[in-house]
Design a protein around this ligand. Structure first.
Ligand SMILES: [Zn+2]
Length: 363
């Protein structure tokens, strides 16, 4: 055990080990590596997350939260039972993925972190709002169980790997009270801690592309952001990732849209100077004024509330394949920008060779 080793052999082994171990941390992930990651996004898993979230408040996740309706609106007094059930569900699913989970602030934003292994202070945020609008039976299947399920499915895939930069997955609350949750997060978590956010992707309504009011309208994706270079660059990064990794996903010809950039959880981040985009099946203007989404903020915004509604014979239905493509693009964007560190299969073998050189004295 105490036999001497030729110092040159030892030095060569050590250098070889350092080079091979260091390689996967310094080289950007290949297109093939990111394609493999994107390929792990599952439509059926996305759909089961979406159905679970829109059912929060019915006690389907935990019977103690069954209040007989699905309203998750509100935050005073801790929010409705349905709202609380959604927060509990998100916390549990994120925890099962091995992420560090916390409830942040007055409005109980659910924050799950995948800490970067090289430059953790560089932070990307993937967010969605998990509350719903108003009172009554409004499950918010599209607005916004759809985006929240997208955050969960992206987190499920990404949390299996390491990244150079930090990725935070956040379920924002009280968005329907004019972004109270995300405003609180930006003010009292990000700015108060002097953090820098490198980019925000906000998924808000990704399940009903197309228009109820005009069946001829194409089923495409809209990006909303502010008309500044940093924000337009960030939008372009997302669109380019789609073109590279998810060519089946089509975008509105006029995207990115720069009006109403503030109307969503990306707004407080943009106002604070951080690049952020809203990703949705239609723009805020189209939803509010063009009748593209007849079920917006209604009790029929649910997976079981759409079939054969005589008022909208040409109306659109939930499109899980479309939403899954949005999640794939999100995963590709974050993998590329947050510096995905693929399983270094080849490098590991080389590193083992280096170790063998170091241990040669034992043979
Ligand atoms: Zn929304």
């Amino acid at each position: 055990m105490n036999g001497t080793v030729n110092p040159k052999v030892r030095a060569a082994g050590a250098i070889f080990l350092l080079i091979t171990l260091g390689f996967p941390c310094s080289a950007p992930a290949s297109v093939q590596a990111i394609e493999n990651l994107v390929g792990q996004v599952s439509q059926s898993q996305y759909q089961s997350y979406q159905l679970a979230i829109e059912s929060c408040g019915l006690g389907l996740y935990d019977p103690s939260f069954n209040q007989g309706y699905r309203n998750r609106d509100g935050w005073a007094g801790g929010g409705t039972l349905g709202n609380q059930e959604a927060a509990l569900y998100l916390s549990d699913i994120f925890s099962e993925m091995g992420l560090a989970v916390s409830l942040q602030g007055t409005y109980r934003n659910v924050v799950a972190e995948l800490t970067g292994t090289v430059t953790p202070e560089k932070i990307y945020v993937l967010g969605s709002h998990y509350d719903t609008y108003g009172s009554g039976e409004r499950p918010g299947g599209d607005d916004n169980a759809s985006g929240t399920a997208g955050v969960l499915e992206a987190a499920r895939v990404l949390s299996r790997y390491s990244f150079g930069n930090t990725i935070r997955f956040i379920g924002f609350n009280a968005e329907e009270d004019w972004m109270k949750g995300s405003s609180d997060y930006v003010d009292n978590a990000v700015l108060a801690e002097n953090e820098t956010i490198a980019g925000v992707i906000n998924l808000d309504m990704i399940l009903r592309p197309g228009w109820d009011s005009d069946p001829a309208e194409p089923e495409d994706l809209d990006i909303g952001t502010r008309d500044t270079a940093a924000n337009l660059d960030w939008a372009d990064t997302f669109i380019t990732a789609a073109q590279t990794y998810v060519p089946s996903l089509s975008f509105d010809l006029n995207t990115p849209h720069t009006s109403r950039w503030y109307a969503g959880d990306q707004g407080p981040f943009i106002s604070a100077g951080f690049p952020a985009i809203m990703v949705g099946d239609n723009t805020a203007d189209e939803v509010w004024y063009d009748g593209c989404n007849a079920y917006y903020h209604s009790s029929e915004d649910a997976s079981d509330g759409l079939a054969n509604n005589p008022a909208y014979p040409g109306g659109v239905t939930y499109d899980y394949a479309f939403a899954t493509d949005v999640v794939r693009t999100t995963v590709a964007t974050l993998a590329q920008e947050a510096v995905f560190i693929p399983e270094p299969a080849t490098a590991s073998l080389l590193a083992l060779c280096g170790l063998a050189l170091l241990r040669r004295r034992q043979f």
